[in-house]
Design a protein around this ligand. Structure first.
Ligand code: ADP
Ligand code: MG
Length: 685
C-alpha cells in the first residue's frame, strides 16, 4: 500500500471545491459519467485499430446508488488505469495559482472545472470520500484501488477487479443526500447525459404488475448514443427530424422546418435547428437551444453566445471548438464563438432564402408563423437584414404576399405623393380599421397589414433605410389626406367653419381623457359625414413608449390621447346641421357678427396707429380705447360661442353624427352607447 499527498499546490483545495462550486453541484455526475464515456471510447478506438483484444462489444457505463451505504457508483468497461496512470492523472493535478483562480471564478463552477481539468475532483463536491477501483486494458495489468477522504492525503493499493475498466465510488456527504434518490439522479442524467455516445445504464427498466411497479431484467438505458444531429443529412428523412424534435421537447408544438448544420472547417460544428411557430410575441420561448460539446450537454442558455434573434430557434448545437467550460464573458469574446455565431446566422438566412426560392407557396403559408423571427433578425442583425431583403414579405389586407420590390412596383403609380414619397398604407387591426381600409381600397390604394409587436420598430427601420418611403396608418387621416396629391379646396367659408366647430365640439365626449380637435375636409357626398383619425406621429410615440415600458419616452405615454374629428363639408347631413344652426341663430348671430366686424375694424386701425411708436408716444385715450375694444371683442366672442355651444348641445343631429363616428371606431361605450341607441330609435320614429 502506498500513501501520499495529492499534487495540488494548495493544501486546502477540497474546502475550496466544496465552498465555491455550490451553484451547480449536479454537474459532478456529468463529469464522472463523461470520463467513463471517454475511457470507453478510447478503448473502442484501440480495439478498432487492433491494438487490444479486450472485448468492447457491449461496453456500457453503469450508474448505480445505494441508499443504505450512501454511495453513488459509476462503472465503465473502458481503458482503465495502471497505478502509474492513477498517479499521473488523478494525483498530480498540478497547477499554479489555484487559489487565485478559484477566487476569481468562484461563482462560475463550469469555468473552474473545465479550466483545470477538475472534472474528476468535482466528485468531492458531493462526497466525503471517493474510491477508484480500476484495471487497465494493458496485458497483465494489476487492478488498483485509490481512496481519498477529501484531505490532500490519498491511499493507493493493489485490488481485485475481474474485468478491465473503472469504478468510481462516491461516498455521499450529508449535505448531498438529495442525490441518493432515483428521481433526482434520473433528472440529472436526463439533463446532461441524454445523448452521450456510449450507452449509459441506470438500473433496470420497470414494469407495472398487479398495480405495483416492478423491475424487469432489461437494462434501463437513459441515453440515445447516436442522436439525429450526429448523422449525415442524406441518411435522415423528415420524419427523423420530427421525431428528434419530440425527443428534445416532448411537449413542444411541431416546428415549421429545420436546418441541419454540418461544418468541419474552419471549426467543427454540428447540430439541428428548428424554426418554431412563433406567436405574436418575442417572449423567451420555453424550448431553448441546447449546447453540447461532443454530445455532452453544456447549457441551454445560449444568450450572448448566438445572436439574440437566433435564441428564438429550438434545437441543438454541438461543437468541440466552443470552449464550453469557461466563463460566459469569456465565451462571448472568444473568436471561435464569434465565427460560429456568424456562420449560424448565415446558414439560417440561406435556408430561408432557399425555402423561399424552392417553394414560394409553402413559404407564404409559413410566413405568419415565421415573420416575428425574420423581423427580429432584421432589426438586430445587419448581416441578416441584408439577406432578408430578398425574402421579407408584405401581406396586404387581401391576404396576398409581396416581396419588397414587388410591392414597390405595385403601389408606385397610385401611392406616390406630390413630393415623390412612396406611401405605404398599413392597418394594424383589420377589424377595427375596416371602414378606413374600405375607403382606401375604393380610392384604388392598397393596404398592408402590420399588426405584430415589432411592426412599429420595423416601420421606423424601413423609413430610416429609405428617406423616400413613408408608412402611414390607415386611420391616421381621412383617405384624401393619406397621400397628399395636389391641394384640395375647402368648400366652407372661414366663418362657417368657425361657427360649426363649437357646435360639434359641444357634442364630443368630454370626460374620457381624450382631446377632440375639429377639422373640416371636403370628402365627397358619398363619403362618411364624419371621420375620426389619430395623428400618426403621436400614436407611434405612444406605441413605442408602451413597448418600452417606462423609459425616456414616457412623455408621450402620459399625454392624453388626441383624436381628430374630421367633418365632411360635402355631406348633406353636415349641410343640414349648418342650415339648422342658421335657422336657429342667424338673427342673433347677425347682430353679433356685425358688431364684431365693426369692433375688429376699430381694433385694427388702433393697432395700426400704434405701429412704430414708443409706448410713451401713444395717447392714453387711445390705449384705453384699444383695451376697451379688445375686451368687448372677447366678450362678444364668448357670448357667441356659448350660443353655438347651447345650440350644439340641443342638436340631436350633431350628436348623432359624432356618435356614429365614435361608434365606427369602437369609442362609443356604456351610457353614451345606450343614449345613442335610444336617440336613434327616436329619430327613426
Ligand atoms: P479530463 O476528463 O478533462 O481529462 P478529469 O479530471 O475529468 O479531466 O479526468 C482526469 C483524467 O483521469 C482523465 O484524463 C483520465 O485520464 C483519467 N480518468 C478519469 N476517469 C477515468 C475513467 N473512468 N477511466 C479511465 N481514466 C479515467
Ligand atoms: Mg473529465
Amino acid at each position: 500500500m502506498q500513501k501520499g499527498k495529492i499534487g495540488v499546490s494548495s493544501d486546502n483545495l477540497f474546502p475550496i471545491i466544496k465552498k465555491f462550486l455550490y451553484s451547480d453541484h449536479d454537474i459532478f455526475l456529468r463529469e464522472i459519467v463523461s470520463n467513463a464515456v471517454d475511457a470507453t471510447q478510447k478503448l473502442k478506438t484501440l480495439a478498432a485499430r487492433g491494438e487490444t483484444a479486450v472485448s468492447v462489444e457491449n461496453a456500457k457505463v453503469r450508474v448505480a446508488f445505494d441508499a443504505d451505504k450512501k454511495t453513488i457508483t459509476v462503472s465503465d468497461n473502458g481503458i482503465g488505469m495502471t497505478a502509474e496512470e492513477v498517479e499521473k492523472y488523478i494525483n498530480q493535478i498540478a497547477f499554479s495559482g489555484a487559489n487565485e483562480f478559484l477566487e476569481k471564478y468562484k461563482n462560475d463552477a463550469n469555468a473552474i472545472i473545465g479550466h483545470f481539468g477538475l472534472g474528476f475532483y468535482s466528485s468531492f463536491m458531493v462526497s466525503h470520500k471517493v474510491e477508484v477501483v480500476t484495471k487497465s486494458y494493458k496485458e497483465g495489468a494489476q487492478a488498483v484501488r485509490w481512496e481519498c477522504d477529501g484531505s490532500p492525503e490519498y491511499i493507493l493499493e493493489e485490488a481485485e477487479r475481474a474485468e478491465v475498466g473503472t469504478d468510481i465510488i462516491m461516498y455521499v456527504n450529508e449535505e448531498s443526500e438529495e442525490f441518493l434518490n432515483k428521481a433526482r439522479l434520473d433528472e440529472i442524467l436526463n439533463k446532461y447525459c441524454k445523448f452521450l455516445p456510449i450507452p449509459v445504464v441506470f438500473g433496470k427498466k420497470t414494469d407495472w404488475k398487479d398495480g405495483k411497479e416492478v423491475e424487469t431484467d432489461e437494462d434501463n438505458q437513459i441515453n440515445d448514443p447516436s442522436p439525429a444531429w450526429t448523422k449525415k443529412p442524406v441518411d435522415l428523412k423528415e420524419e427523423d427530424y420530427a421525431s428528434f424534435y419530440r425527443q428534445l421537447y416532448p411537449f413542444g408544438e411541431e416546428p415549421l422546418f429545420n436546418i441541419h448544420l454540418n461544418v468541419d472547417y474552419p471549426f467543427n460544428l454540428t447540430g439541428i435547428l428548428y424554426f418554431p411557430k412563433l406567436k405574436n410575441t418575442i417572449e423567451v420561448q420555453k424550448n431553448k437551444i441546447q449546447l453540447y460539446c461532443n454530445q455532452v450537454f453544456v447549457t441551454d442558455s445560449v444568450e450572448g453566445i448566438v445572436p439574440d434573434f437566433l435564441t428564438l430557434l429550438h434545437g441543438v448545437i454541438d461543437s468541440p471548438d466552443i470552449p464550453l467550460n469557461v466563463s460566459r464573458s469569456y465565451l462571448q469574446s472568444d473568436s471561435n464563438v464569434k465565427k460560429i455565431s456568424s456562420h449560424v446566422t448565415k446558414k439560417v438566412a440561406d435556408r430561408l432564402q432557399q425555402l423561399f426560392k424552392d417553394s414560394r407557396e409553402d413559404f407564404e403559408k409559413k410566413w405568419d408563423d415565421l415573420k416575428i423571427f425574420i423581423e427580429y433578425g432584421m432589426l438586430t442583425e445587419e448581416k441578416f437584414e441584408d439577406k432578408a431583403k430578398d425574402f421579407f414579405l408584405f401581406k396586404n389586407t387581401e391576404g396576398k404576399y409581396f416581396t419588397s420590390s414587388e410591392y414597390e412596383t405595385l403601389i408606385k403609380d397610385s401611392q406616390t405623393d406630390k413630393d415623390g414619397n412612396l406611401i405605404y398604407l398599413y392597418a394594424s387591426n383589420e377589424e377595427e380599421q375596416y371602414t378606413f381600409i374600405q375607403e382606401a381600397k375604393n380610392k384604388g390604394y392598397d393596404v398592408i397589414v402590420m399588426d405584430d409587436v415589432l411592426s412599429t420598430h420595423l416601420i421606423n427601420k424601413f423609413e430610416q433605410n429609405d428617406q423616400k418611403k413613408r408608412f402611414v396608418r390607415i386611420d391616421s387621416d381621412v383617405v384624401d389626406n393619406l397621400i397628399a396629391k395636389e391641394d384640395q379646396s375647402e368648400k366652407l367659408s372661414m366663418e362657417e367653419r368657425e361657427e360649426l366647430s363649437p357646435v360639434f365640439q359641444a357634442v364630443c365626449p368630454a370626460n374620457n381623457g381624450v382631446n377632440y380637435m375639429i377639422d373640416f375636409k371636403a370628402m365627397g357626398e358619398s363619403g362618411q359625414p364624419m371621420v375620426i383619425t389619430r395623428n400618426e406621429f403621436m400614436r407611434r410615440m405612444k406605441d413605442m413608449s408602451k413597448l418600452q415600458g417606462g423609459g425616456g419616452m414616457n412623455f408621450y405615454g402620459d399625454m392624453p390621447e388626441s383624436l381628430n374629428l374630421v367633418v365632411n363639408t360635402d355631406h348633406p347631413l353636415v349641410k343640414k346641421v349648418l342650415a339648422e344652426k342658421d335657422a336657429a341663430l342667424s338673427a342673433e348671430l347677425e347682430t353679433t357678427n356685425a358688431a364684431l366686424a365693426t369692433l375688429k375694424a376699430e381694433q385694427e386701425s388702433l393697432e395700426k396707429a400704434k405701429e412704430g411708436k414708443k409706448d410713451e408716444e401713444i395717447p392714453a385715450a387711445d390705449k384705453e380705447k384699444l383695451d376697451d375694444v379688445s375686451k368687448k371683442i372677447t366678450e362678444l366672442e364668448a357670448d357667441k360661442r356659448s350660443k353655438l355651444d347651447a345650440f350644439g348641445k340641443d342638436s340631436k343631429l350633431a350628436k348623432q353624427l359624432v356618435d356614429l363616428a365614435l361608434l365606427a371606431n369602437g369609442l362609443l361605450k356604456g351610457a353614451d352607447l345606450d343614449k345613442f341607441v335610444r336617440r336613434s330609435v327616436e329619430l327613426i320614429n
